[in-house]
Write a protein that binds this ligand. Structure first.
Ligand SMILES: NC(=O)c1ccc[n+]([C@@H]2O[C@H](COP(=O)([O-])OP(=O)(O)OC[C@H]3O[C@@H](n4cnc5c(N)ncnc54)[C@H](OP(=O)(O)O)[C@@H]3O)[C@@H](O)[C@H]2O)c1
Length: 348
């Protein structure tokens, strides 16, 4: 902390999976909060939420909600951000947006503080928080990019249902009970609430996250591809992604294949480089079966890396297993870290 200034903050989507975590991290005082305004849709307006031991009443988010607000965290879906983030900026707030509404806008920094904090300097009122699966992958790629250069990334994800909100978590619980009671499972949300068909996630694996685009990729896969190039400032980087939803409540796992520009690097060098990476924890020892899992990563702020291997055919190819809590580093913690960086660098 370099300042004693206090900030008025708003959390839009305060009753949601991500919003609740943002509130929890603000209670840890990454910077001083003078006043907090908790906003939701009409449905949850009037709900009481505790912040720092005091009861705060949730209000309906409207264009007039942002007077006197310094920092507004948005995590209520892209449509709400499109409608209300410009209003918040007009009122003088800086918006840190958790949705995909502005991520690929040229003038909007897309930031993981350990990777590209310097991009915050160019903000024009809105800063975007990347997709959860992108955040953990770029955190692991950045030290390798800095040390050796990277030319190709191929990722397959194993993603938790909490990435699709509280209702998807309830769906997994309900379907698990139905299956174990011998009943037919009812599916209304996954793989994508907005799509026509729904499949059970319990005891299943769904190779669809979000809706399909015309080229056969899902929106989630294209987010990983495009956001990675933007955050790493590598428009020419080759990136391919296959995103899969699993019946896991929290934490996304990723099998990441990366090719370095520099040849003849050893696994030892890759491991040492990752061990020095900001926000990274290497858990990698086959002799003791040490590697990260969704359960071991849940609730933690770091990105965990294990199963570090050299490809058996490509001299510059390496395989990594990258796990992180999608609601923590993948969403709320990265969002709060962005605000902390803004405060620290006098950008609010
Ligand atoms: N879950 C993740 O891993 C993750 C990661 C990164 C980004 N995100 C993004 O963050 C956003 C929220 O995700 P979530 O998982 O927290 O969803 P969620 O659990 O379904 O919560 C949605 C929140 O948005 C509020 N809301 C809905 N419609 C609204 C409206 N018209 N005006 C104001 N508030 C409204 C809800 O309020 P009510 O209680 O009134 O319904 C609730 O607080 C999504 O855009 C998602 O893409 C999620």
């Amino acid at each position: 902390m370099t300042t004693n200034k206090q900030y008025n903050v708003a959390v839009v989507g305060a009753t949601g999976a991500v919003g609740q975590k943002i509130i929890q991290f603000l209670e840890e005082k990454p910077f001083q909060v003078n006043r907090i305004k908790l906003l939701s849709s009409k449905r949850s307006a009037g709900t009481k939420v505790l912040f720092d031991g005091k009861e705060v009443t949730v209000e309906e988010a409207t264009p007039n909600s942002f007077e006197d607000i310094d920092i507004a965290f948005f995590s209520a879906g892209g449509a709400v951000s499109k409608q209300l983030a410009p209003e918040a900026v007009k009122s003088g707030a800086i918006v840190v947006d958790n949705t995909s509404a502005y991520r690929m806008d040229k003038d909007v920094p897309l930031v993981v503080p350990e990777v590209n904090e310097e991009d915050l300097k160019n903000h024009e009122g809105i800063i975007a928080n990347p997709n959860c699966s992108t955040i953990q992958m770029v955190a692991a790629l950045k030290p390798l990019q800095d040390a050796f250069g990277i030319s190709r990334v191929i990722v397959s994800t194993y993603q938790a249902v909490s990435g699709a909100g509280l209702s998807a978590q309830d769906e997994l619980t309900g379907q698990t009970k139905q299956y174990l009671d011998g009943e037919e499972m009812t599916a209304n949300i996954l793989p994508a609430g907005a799509d026509k068909k729904h499949y059970p996630i319990a005891f299943n694996a769904l190779p669809q996250i979000d809706v399909f685009e015309e080229n056969g990729y899902t929106k989630e896969e294209l987010k990983m591809i495009n956001e990675t190039k933007k955050i790493l400032h590598e428009p020419e980087l080759h990136v391919a992604a296959t995103c899969v939803r699993l019946p896991v409540f929290t934490s996304h796992s990723e099998s990441v294949y990366v090719e370095t520009k520099k040849e003849d690097i050893s696994v030892k060098e890759i491991r040492q480089t990752l061990e020095g990476g900001a926000g990274l924890v290497v858990e990698d020892d086959p002799s003791t079966q040490t590697y990260p899992t969704p359960l071991s990563a849940s609730g933690k702020k770091e990105v965990f890396v294990g199963r570090i291997r050299k490809d058996l055919d490509a001299n510059n190819g390496f395989h990594l297993w990258v796990v992180s809590d999608n609601l923590v580093k993948g969403a709320a913690w990265n969002t709060v870290q962005i605000a902390e960086s803004l405060v620290k660098n006098n950008l609010v």
